[in-house]
Design a protein around this ligand. Structure first.
Ligand code: NDP
Ligand code: 8X3
Length: 250
């Protein structure tokens, strides 16, 4: 029986590329996001056909997350070995006193509370299975802060802290926990951050070669295929042209 990977935020960017790569390697998929049509097109377009389960849920909705996981057949949960807590977003960028409460709520509720709701429902399954691997997709914004990044950076610092805390709490259960901290990568991330302003989003990645989603998927494959006795605790990757959160090559 194939092993299964559970990916949140699988409808775009890192999550979508990771689903493709792991399917290519023979993994069964459990894909969670809000956009059903995107998840369905992804599954339909997989070059290698694998068993795939689509869970249409908002990670901020604890009941919907639980109901989605409850709907999985037992052969899937029994063979679930990897969980990628990837769903997340930035909304807005600017001085803290100019921030919108609604934007702050969306970031905190998705990036921190959503990750917790998914983890709370999934950890008992991994414990029951006797081992597992959780990868929390944090960010360079979880290591450093940059101008205008305030609340987004705070949520990713929280993810970083939760990765370290989860590793301690789960060590007796053979559950690996990895914190992944990418730098700037061109996905839908900045389109979401700038609320559909595609020109502004594009400008974030102009003048240098940013990371792309495939880079993150390949890194996740490396992280998830270490021998049983090896865990990558924390991995930061950035474009060669990025030196720190706010420093890019001219
Ligand atoms: P994308 O915007 O391309 O993808 C984000 C994914 O998260 C989508 O699949 C989206 O699906 C999902 N998502 C967002 N909100 C929710 C929600 N409430 N419930 C369920 N799913 C949700 O961005 P990336 O692929 O770039 O981002 C993935 C993760 O990586 C995020 O956590 C982001 O913060 C982080 N990151 C991104 C970097 C970058 O530069 N791109 C760098 C470092 C970290 P849908 O809208 O269908 O629900
Ligand atoms: C996304 C990367 O630098 O825009 O986490 O915060 S950054």
């Amino acid at each position: 029986m194939a092993k299964f990977i559970f990916i949140t935020g699988a409808s775009s960017g890192f999550g979508e590329a990771t689903a493709r790569l792991f399917a290519d390697k023979g993994f069964g998929l459990v894909l969670m996001a809000r956009r059903k049509d995107k998840l369905e097109s992804l599954v339909q377009a997989l070059p290698r056909k694998v068993e795939a389960h689509i869970l249409v849920a908002d990670v901020r909705d604890q009941k919907a997350v639980s109901a989605g996981v409850d709907s999985l057949p037992s052969h899937v949960t029994k063979n679930l070995s990897i969980v990628i807590n990837n769903a997340g977003l930035a909304v807005g960028k600017g001085a803290i006193d100019q921030g919108l409460i609604d934007d702050w709520d969306r970031m905190v509720d998705t990036n921190v509370k959503g990750l917790l709701y998914v983890s709370k429902r999934i950890i008992p399954i991994l414990k029951e299975n006797g081992s597992g691997h959780i990868v929390n997709v944090a960010s360079i914004a979880g290591k450093e802060v940059y101008p205008g990044g305030n609340v987004y950076c705070a949520t990713k610092h929280a993810v970083d802290a939760l990765s370290r805390a989860m590793r301690i709490d789960l060590v007796d259960h053979k559950i690996k926990v990895t914190n992944l901290a990418p730098g700037a990568a061109e996905t839908e991330f900045s389109i979401v951050r700038f609320k559909g302003d595609t020109e502004k989003a594009k400008s974030v990645y102009s003048g240098y070669d940013p990371l792309v989603a495939k880079d993150i998927a390949e890194t996740l494959w490396f992280i998830c295929t270490r021998p049983a006795h090896v865990n990558i605790n924390d991995l930061t990757l950035m474009a060669t042209a990025q030196a720190s959160a706010a420093v890019f090559a001219d």
